[in-house]
Ligand binder design. Structure first.
Ligand code: CUA
Length: 329
């Protein structure tokens, strides 16, 4: 579209065009209906106006097929819009498996970003052109919202849990980044820019991270410092290779290990105990920053071979009776 006529911000991501098509279609449909109804009202008001004081309208009775027609047509249109939007929404909410994960911690009033190779930045996000990027986000304090109009993405960032959004940048350049949730005094200044670079430039940029430790390296250090290594693999479940795999819990239910589960297990370890293990892990709530939790999770995700000695069979104490259904699927 001609730049001078542009109603919406420029389109710089994979979903921008389909998003705008939906938006323009809805706007056009609403405009046609609104104008059509308004003109009809005016036309009928003039045509059927009372011409003499003693003139009254006649009863016209009802018309079943007319009622059915004007009920069914709008219903079909509304369901069509629903299906169209739902398909778009589902596509926007699930990142492809090969997406590059970038961690984002929001706090009053800045965006702290860490790339997979460790490079950190604040209020800026550098991304490579044409690559699927998944933002894994959390907040250290209140609700924020990560909003990049040119990518047509906006996602609330909440304390105490992870939210994510993803995109494929399709155009080189710099784009505005905003916080779109009122979060206090400096909310309006909580913004920055997203820089889309060629993959080669991004590589060079990301490698220029002399002082930034890779998240999984920092996580391994935290894992040792906090003594996690003395239990996991022995009296606590081994963490090797568990990410994206199924675990059976003490109540017999099953879960797929994801970032949210790992985070919960660090903050509230007793919420979901793996079958066959005693609930002995202390909570690390308040002892780790959100960045450190991200680093620990990055470390756990990086583990593919068992850490520490092989797991020993666990003698259950008198207070830990095996739960029915815990050991069988
Ligand atoms: Cu953060 Cu508004």
């Amino acid at each position: 579209m001609n730049d001078s006529l542009r109603l919406l911000p420029e389109r710089a991501s994979n979903i921008a065009t389909s998003y705008d098509t939906l938006f323009y279609s809805l706007t056009a449909m609403t405009a046609v209906l609104t104008i059509g109804i308004a003109l009809t009202i005016v036309f009928f008001a003039v045509k059927y106006r009372r011409r003499r004081p003693e003139e009254f309208g006649k009863d016209t009775g009802s018309h079943v097929w007319l009622e059915i027609t004007w009920t069914v047509i709008p219903l079909v249109i509304c369901l069509g819009i629903f299906v169209w939007s739902a398909i778009l929404y589902v596509g926007m909410s699930r990142a492809p498996d090969d997406a590059m994960t970038i961690q984002v911690v929001a706090k009053q009033w800045m965006w702290k970003v860490q790339h997979p190779n460790g490079r950190k930045e604040i209020n800026e996000l550098h991304v490579p052109l044409g690559r699927a990027v998944r933002l894994q986000m959390t907040s250290q304090d209140v609700i924020h919202s990560f909003y990049v109009p040119a990518f047509r993405i906006k996602q609330d960032v909440l304390p105490g849990r992870y939210s994510e959004e993803w995109f494929v940048p399709t155009k080189l350049g710099e784009y505005h980044l905003f916080c779109a949730e009122y979060c206090g005094t400096d909310h309006s200044r909580m913004g920055g820019r997203v820089v889309v670079m060629t993959p080669g430039d991004y590589q060079k940029w990301a490698e220029n991270a002399a002082l930034d430790e890779r998240p999984e390296v920092a996580g391994a250090r935290l894992f040792a410092e906090h003594g996690c290594v003395s239990c996991h693999g022995q009296t606590a479940p081994s963490l090797a290779g568990i990410y994206r795999h199924e675990q059976t819990l003490a109540d017999g239910s099953r879960i797929i290990v994801d970032e949210d589960y790992l985070r919960e297990s660090i903050i509230a370890p007793r919420a979901k105990i793996v079958a066959g293990y005693p609930p002995i892990m202390p909570s690390f709530e308040g002892q780790l920053s959100e960045e450190q939790i991200f680093q620990l999770i990055a470390y756990i995700k990086s583990l593919e071979t068992p850490v520490g000695p092989p797991p020993a069979p666990l003698p259950l104490g008198p207070t830990q009776t095996p739960q029915p259904g815990a050991s069988t699927p």
